[in-house]
Design a protein around this ligand. Structure first.
Ligand code: PEP
Ligand code: MG
Length: 324
């Protein structure tokens, strides 16, 4: 099925009205890396580092991690790789760590919360990343940031680690970009200063949607109840786009919905200019983006919202059918 997309692999995802959307891929295992070339992805928009921790039966050593990250950067051949620091807890429990018995793990002690409260593992991981990227660009993204202070604290940890590495005589990365995932609704309403300070943001739509609708992403009974194209959710995304534009902050969307063609189109229509998805979705998403006029779609979306519709999906599907 992928053959049909080979002809557009090296072409940009440019719409009929001239907007180009950058398409990146999500990864986490070494086996994902060959797709970087095959899929035509511009880079790795989300590297889920916890996967390397989850496939082992003991905590990986710093030297092992460093070798692994270095290999990831080698394979990327200069394309940007966004390393997301350890996102454990909730659905991702490390077999060699004491499980914490929490009534609501998704709302519990996870991701950056663990990293800030017990910084040992995060520091080790940051050191491994810095060493792997010696003399090359490094991009680090902190998961599950719910308030400005958490980003600042994580950033301070990273700066301290850089100082320590300098003292130890290690070569530092050539450049460093530091960003955060926006996956709790609270962060969308953070002070503008947060948007000014953060290096870039990536919307983690899987979690953002789960928290926005208060519907467990793992629970089949409620998971599909709320459409991603629900006008309330799209309004939230639009608001985030506006806030990033005010601060000139780079924004991407890296949840699973980025890889669903109709969702991807709608995100692009409301201003998202970078999407990160599983490699196999890049072809279908690009192919559709190249065939639409985003300005037209934007008014279809806004008209549906103004008519009071719950989701813009019927209107968008109808529009796509009428143009086929
Ligand atoms: C997300 O929440 O959308 C995301 C990309 O992170 P994960 O799916 O790993 O929680
Ligand atoms: Mg998430």
């Amino acid at each position: 099925a992928q053959e049909q997309f080979v002809s557009i692999r090296d072409k940009p995802a440019t719409t009929l009205d001239g907007t180009t959307v950058a398409l990146h891929m999500n990864a986490g295992l070494m086996a994902d890396l060959p797709s970087l070339e095959g899929s035509g992805a511009e880079g790795v928009g989300l590297f889920r580092t916890e996967l390397q921790f989850l496939i082992r039966n003991q905590m990986p050593k710093r030297s092992e991690l460093s070798a692994l990250y270095s290999h990831v950067l080698d394979s990327a051949k200069g394309k940007r790789v966004v390393f997301r620091t350890l996102d454990i807890g909730s659905d991702k429990v490390l077999p060699y760590m004491k499980p914490n018995d929490e009534p609501n793990p998704a709302l519990g002690w996870r991701a950056i919360r663990v990293g800030l409260d017990k910084p040992g593992v995060m520091r080790m991981q940051l050191q491994a990343l810095i060493r792997a990227a010696a003399g090359r660009p490094l991009t680090v993204m902190f998961p599950f940031v719910a308030q400005f202070e958490e980003y600042r604290a994580a950033r301070a940890e990273l700066d301290k680690t850089l100082e320590r590495e300098t003292r130890l005589g290690h070569v530092l990365p050539e450049t460093l970009e530091v960003g955060a995932m926006l996956e709790t609704p609270s962060l969308a309403f953070a002070p503008q200063k947060f948007f000014d300070e953060v290096g870039f943001l990536s919307i983690g739509g899987n979690d953002l949607k789960q928290f926005f609708f208060a519907a467990d992403r793992e629970n089949e009974r409620v998971r599909r109840r709320y459409d991603t194209l629900n006008v309330s959710f799209l309004s939230l995304i639009e608001r985030i786009v506006e806030r990033c534009a005010e601060s000139n902050t780079e924004l991407s969307f890296c949840g699973e919905d980025a890889g669903r063609p109709i969702e991807a189109l709608c995100f692009a229509a409301i201003g998202i200019r970078c999407l990160s998805m599983r490699p196999a979705s890049i072809g279908p998403v690009k192919s559709l983006l190249r065939r639409v006029d985003l300005t037209e779609l934007r008014s279809i979306i806004h008209d549906a919202r103004d008519r009071g519709e719950q989701s813009v999906r019927p209107a968008v599907s109808e529009w796509l059918r009428s143009r086929a």
